[in-house]
Design a protein around this ligand. Sequence first.
Ligand SMILES: C[S@@+](CC[C@H](N)C(=O)[O-])C[C@H]1O[C@@H](n2cnc3c(N)ncnc32)[C@H](O)[C@@H]1O
Length: 291
Amino acid sequence: MTRTSGLIGGWTDNVAEHRGGGSAQCVEFLRWALPHLRLRWSGFRKVRRQVWRRVRRRAAALGLGDLFAYRAYLERHREEWAALDVLTHITISSFYRDRAVFDFLQREVLPSLAMRALMGGRTSFEVWSAACASGEEPYTLSIMWRLALRTRYPNPPLHVLATDVEPAALVRAREACYAPGSVRQLPDSWRSLAFDERAGQLCLRPSLRRCVEIAQHDVRTAVIGGPYDLVLCRNPVFTYFEESLQREVLARFAGGNATWGCAGARPPRVHTGGRAHSQSVAVSPDVYRRE
Ligand SMILES: C[S@@+](CC[C@H](N)C(=O)[O-])C[C@H]1O[C@@H](n2cnc3c(N)ncnc32)[C@H](O)[C@@H]1O
């Protein structure tokens, strides 16, 4: 590694740089390391401080005094890349995040899926929340379904598979208790019907958890379950993954047969076996339908 001038070993202690998350060391390190993990720097620009803090802690735990030593360590120990990969998981989420997306789901997508599943004689309609963080996204869907749609579409019932790669996030998802700030964006009436207050936290009522099944899964591996009517993959894949990895994941989602999908950014076009079978049409910001 070529040392950037002014960074002569040791972690930079330029407070102003750290406050801005703009440490030259941080940027240089992430620009070098992320492509090794098939992740892209542009996705991490805004959250780099969080990743950087973890990297520093990790290097300190290994007894490495500076970034250069950690980089050399990565070059010598292949297994350390898996540890670094874990440090890149950004689990920020909240209920009803991206209101326009959830409003569109409520107005257009969920009713049409419910009708299609009913007409097809199906016993459930299936949603996969493919990077569910601590459950905020799948539980938002469950609340919306129960409180705004179920009386009009009593059958078939909604089933949501909620997966994430991060075990700590899944523990929180199973507990389903949240700081008030996490549920702030939910409509007031939903908030009071959906949660019980316990020791300063808001805990989701069991009746709203029941349709959500939680499991650990890495979207870079084979799809589990399916077929799905709707895949929610808001934020990790199309924000953090490099484009070739986005295409691989999208091709697997297409294999999972979803008709609708939600992403935090426009997914790339995918051609598999000579067929552009998973091209997506944007029907609303961040909501796509397979052609
Ligand atoms: C920023 S959160 C987004 C949560 C939610 N989808 C939303 O939009 O609010 C990104 C989530 O993706 C998860 N994640 C990152 N890489 C993943 C992977 N390879 N497989 C599954 N989940 C992953 C992280 O653990 C994190 O919980």
